[in-house]
Design a protein around this ligand. Sequence first.
Ligand SMILES: [Zn+2]
Length: 405
Amino acid sequence: MSEMNRRQWLGRVGAATAAGALSEAAPGLAQVKSPEGAGKMKLELSEFQPKSMLHAPETKVERARFPVIDIHTHLSFRAKSVNGVGLGDKVEFLASPDSVLPIMDRKNIRVMVNLTGSSGSGLNEAIDKFQKPHPDRFVTFTEPLWDQSARPDYGKVQAAAIESANRAGARGLKVLKTLGLYLRERVTEGPLVKIDDRRFDSMWEACGSLKMPVAIHVSDPEAFFLPTDRFNERFEELNNHPDWSFHGKDFPSNAELLQARNRVLARHPKTQFILLHVGNDAENLPYVSECLDRFPNTSVELGARIGELGRQPRRSRSFVDRYQDRILFGTDAVPNGTDTPQQVFVDALYEIYYRFLETKDEYFDYAPAPIPPQGRWRIYGIGLPESILQKVYHGNAARLLGLTV
Ligand SMILES: [Zn+2]
């Protein structure tokens, strides 16, 4: 709702209330008919946009204090997908370097890592479009050949594909939540393939020996595994995107998925894993800490989880302090991703991340949207010192990717 509409709407509500009769003229509002609630207004949750009356200072952080490597972005994606499984090499682009570079320059983003760079000819195209003309600004990761995964010789084929992707210029491997939640024994049909299935062992090993970090997304927010009902803290988000729910059907639990991932981490100690979205359990930082302690071959990334970190600022602050050498800046940014405001690649998104990391501001929105898209709460900055900011913004990622910033 625009500011104008909101005012008109509030005006109408006021007039209706004053007249003592709420009518359809006020969207989302209706008089409660039950005897105990007589006279009370009803308001649709989706219409509720409370404005905070808190007089809290607002620090505008237009540029990051230090150059940034955004290790989690999506500038391209596989063109074909069936039942959640990306198939074939063909890529589609969400942006061009010319459309992205001005925002990067304004926001002090030195490097963007395009994780979803596909494979084979699609990977070459993605590298040609971004990385080749701007080798100091873009990095590309490759993705597994999911469509080959039912072949008996898949292990060999996939390891060879990693080697040729590396020769083509890919700096790492991205594994989407496809593995564990969508990929099936007959690729798009049959039982779900387990994350620690042995057929992937040679892929994890190839990444280790080629020093290509694996950026892995496993599972999803805890609330996505619970019924979409009035007790679910992400009710509106799941109601808007019913296909994001992993409750019921044949889906494993969140804990089972993370345990299977952990068996992979244990089995491939020479491979570096970037556990995306704060280890995919930002709601449970003690558990993420446990994983980081158990598996020295891991680091975590922040993408689309400052809503979680920012609502527990004291715990987050000590978490970042403790693991300051293993935390990477990432946003999960998607150019034109208006459907997911917490990821849309715009100036305002980066300003929120910078404000969260650099200031001690209180109670602000974690996404550039009128309604908090990942749960109705606001966040608090953690005010990191410069020594840690430098590591989180670029130092840790540069080390992992072998870059100089
Ligand atoms: Zn992502």
